[in-house]
Write a protein that binds this ligand. Sequence first.
Ligand SMILES: *Cc1c(COP(=O)(O)O)cnc(C)c1O
Length: 232
Amino acid sequence: MTRLDELRTNLRAVHDRIARAAADAGRAADDVSLVVVTKYFPASDVRLLAGLGVTDVGENRHQEAEAKAAECADLDLRWHFIGGLQSNKAAAVARYADVVESVDRPALVPRLARGAADAGRVVDVLLQVSLDPPGRDQRSGADPATLAALADEVARTPELRLRGLMVVAPLGDDPALAFARLAGIRADFLARHPDATLLSAGMSGDLEAAITVGATHVRIGSAVLGSRVGVQ
Ligand SMILES: *Cc1c(COP(=O)(O)O)cnc(C)c1O
């Protein structure tokens, strides 16, 4: 099997899973967009995926993402930055990322705005909100208690467009239970920002649970590209 055949087969299987999960949730399959997470895989794979109709790709490390976006600049792709964002890299990320999904603190906002302004573009932003149980040390994402202030900060920044929320199910928790914690958080958020309706949730192992709770974007790596060698 060629790499192209492999990617085509895997993509088809993922689209089937999305369609089935959407149907089970009483939603239309085209309500759910696929972001293929290409981290640790070469630009040649990104090129094959674009040829197979993929429109959105996700990366989680700045240097790798920047290089791949440059190598694939001729392709009509939307680049999603989905990884932990260091403040000193935020401006650079906003120069090539079309969507920054992992905005979790106010300090990033002016830096992202500066990068977007330098590049003469408006960057879509999702706020990453933590679903970790209270008291856990290493939260990934904003504490839900700080979300409203962060959302207002992004919403008043002209270079950024507040589009919605992003979550990662905490390791070791039942993803369905973790995603269920999101319902109230998202309702409060939407009450203040009714147009920011996107929800990025769900990875290879839990996309069905995410679609059940309303994910509009699923971020799928290994189910399309195969397992990553090394860590994460
Ligand atoms: C790597 C990654 C994914 C994709 O994970 P898979 O389990 O390979 O589908 C999704 N979201 C984030 C934030 C990631 O870092």
